[in-house]
Design a protein. Structure first.
Ligand code: CP
Length: 336
């Protein structure tokens, strides 16, 4: 193990005290996160000493919805940076006695929280908190709306796999076809990924049954950010044809109203990502899934754990990406 700390990502072009979604980030800011994550990867793997960038800083995770990957990786990232990490599960807090979101935030701030990583079932909840909180808010997933650090870790994973020598602030996915498959309607991961993937120049195809694509045709035509169109189709074979990467999404039964799907079996039969279907993609096409996975439903077990799957790599990369985000936010906050 070496003793020299890694160079911290520079925040010269980073303007944000909060990370609420990726739509606020310029390409150069996305590049700062990705290069920062690359520097942090050795620390995350335990191959380099911890930098102590957040020593003495209170980092609180406040989750109103269940999470394994996001909560744990933020907590690991915070500890690796030296932060004082506190975990709050809303289900075990005074929220169950009627405490409001803003009261909870004020309580945590009074207790020393300077960075608040929050997940909430209501789209926009982190924006409300950010207006009142004195420190930095990180959106760890809000309703159907956004999941910025998931999109950034997915982009980091594709960068390292498909274009490791390219400038991460550039259109390094130009000429690459990336498919987002499944329940895009309810997916905050899809919304945030559409932003980052198109910003990186990918040709993005969104595919699923028509009932789970409602509104996406209009968005695809207008383009992400009004300038970056993408494709929408119900034809899974056409979507997968010559794809470089496929991102399967979890079927979000907890957000689904009745009648959107004839049955789960029908969905698996028509839209499940099987090895046979994946054969239409480029040889060795990359398979991503944000997790948690419903194996046998949106993705076949042999694909989920097959040689093309990056699912565990995504989880591992999540720590380094979140370390980079926390570092950048802290630098921006303390520079004010
Ligand atoms: N991808 C993701 O958000 O997973 P968790 O719900 O386990 O955090």
């Amino acid at each position: 193990m070496t003793t020299a700390p890694p160079a911290a990502p520079t925040a010269t072009a980073w303007r944000h005290r909060h990370l609420l979604d990726v739509d606020a980030l310029s390409s150069s800011e996305i590049g700062l996160v990705l290069t920062g994550a690359l520097r942090m990867a050795d620390v995350a793997r335990g191959d380099r000493d911890r930098p102590g960038t957040l020593r003495g800083i209170g980092l609180t995770t406040l989750f109103y919805e269940a999470s394994t990957r996001t909560r744990v990786s933020f907590e690991v990232a915070g500890r690796l940076l030296g932060a004082d990490v506190v975990t709050v599960a809303a289900s075990a807090s005074s929220v169950t006695k009627g405490e409001s979101l803003l009261d909870t935030m004020r309580t945590l701030e009074a207790r020393g929280a300077r960075i608040l990583v929050m997940r909430h079932a209501t789209s926009g909840a982190p924006y409300l908190v950010a207006r009142q909180f004195g420190g930095s808010v990180v959106n760890a997933g809000d309703g159907r709306h956004g999941h910025p650090t998931q999109a950034l870790l997915d982009l980091y994973t594709l960068w390292r796999r498909l274009a490791p020598d390219a400038d991460p602030a550039s259109a390094f996915l130009a000429g690459r076809k990336v498919v987002i498959l499944g329940d895009v309607l309810h997916s905050r991961v899809a919304h945030s990924n559409l932003w980052t993937l198109t910003a990186a120049g990918a040709e993005v195809w969104v595919c699923g049954p028509s009932t789970l694509l409602d509104g996406f045709e209009a968005w695809a035509g207008a383009g992400v950010g009004g300038t970056r169109p993408f494709r929408v189709t119900t034809d899974l074979h056409a979507a997968l044809q010559d794809a470089d990467a496929v991102m399967a999404l979890r079927l979000q039964r907890e957000r689904m109203t009745a009648g959107l799907l004839p049955s789960l079996g029908e969905y698996a039969a028509r839209y499940g990502l099987t090895a046979e279907r994946l054969a239409a993609a480029r040889p060795g096409a990359l398979v991503l899934h944000p997790g948690p996975m419903n194996e046998g439903l949106e993705i076949a077990p042999e694909v989920a754990s097959g040689p093309q799957s990056l699912v565990t790599e995504q989880v591992a990369n999540g720590v380094a990406v979140r370390m980079a985000v926390l570092t950048l936010l802290n630098e921006a906050r303390t520079a004010r």
